[in-house]
Write a protein that binds this ligand. Sequence first.
Ligand code: OAD
Length: 236
Amino acid sequence: MLTLTDSTRLLVLTGAGISAESGVPTFRDAGGLWEGHRFEDVASPEGFDADPILVWRFYSLRRRGLDNVKPNPAHHALVEVEKRLGDRYLLVTQNVDGLHAAAGSKRMVEMHGNINRTKCRRCRLTPFEDHKSYEELPACAECGELLRPDVVWFGEMIPRDALAAIDGFVRAAGSNLVFLAVGTSGVVYPAAGLVDVARSAGGTSWLVNAERPANVSQFDHVEIGPAGKVLPALFA
Ligand code: OAD
């Protein structure tokens, strides 16, 4: 069991595995294909340049698919911990599905963006909430350029404010840092390197995952099992 003390500062990193029990498919369990598409065709600036309507239809389908999806006990367990720790807690998610927010998480960094936000690819008009399904290409009201989903694609940088928030939390925590990764395969950086950042800061690291991921040897404590069962018990 993970014991939280009055000085614990908990940094949680989540990946697709935490939403698996809500019915959202993970990435790498599908043999490198994402609902029948190669990652680079639907999740890269080059893929969008080559076929923007394919990319928009793909994301529209995923948006519709999330309509009936609900947070599971793993998302809810993290909300309870946030309530206990307040500003000694930060959630960093690689997921773009919005389920942490739906569960009630507040202190959160969505480092890969959010599928229900849209931005202009040229003037970067402030990303805005957008739940529409596009069959035709949407254009920016300001400059007429194509709108695109506000998600981080392959080859793109993580937003600077996201990295700054993580860095600030780790620095303030020092050796009081407890790092917990949940449902992530540990192959996509910089998220996969956060465990090393936490260890360098003098923190302790925990992993909850359905199987042993690529970076498993970096963790001090490893719990193998479904997040929806393991997480609530971990904080009990
Ligand atoms: P992956 O699909 O790579 O890995 C999901 C991990 O969750 C795997 O290690 C599974 O074993 C584990 N898992 C599956 N079901 C689980 C469950 N019920 N409980 C606990 N663990 C479970 O997903 P990510 O690591 O999130 O990036 O992928 C990282 C990034 O790669 C994504 O954010 C996305 C993708 O390219 C972008 O789109 C920028």
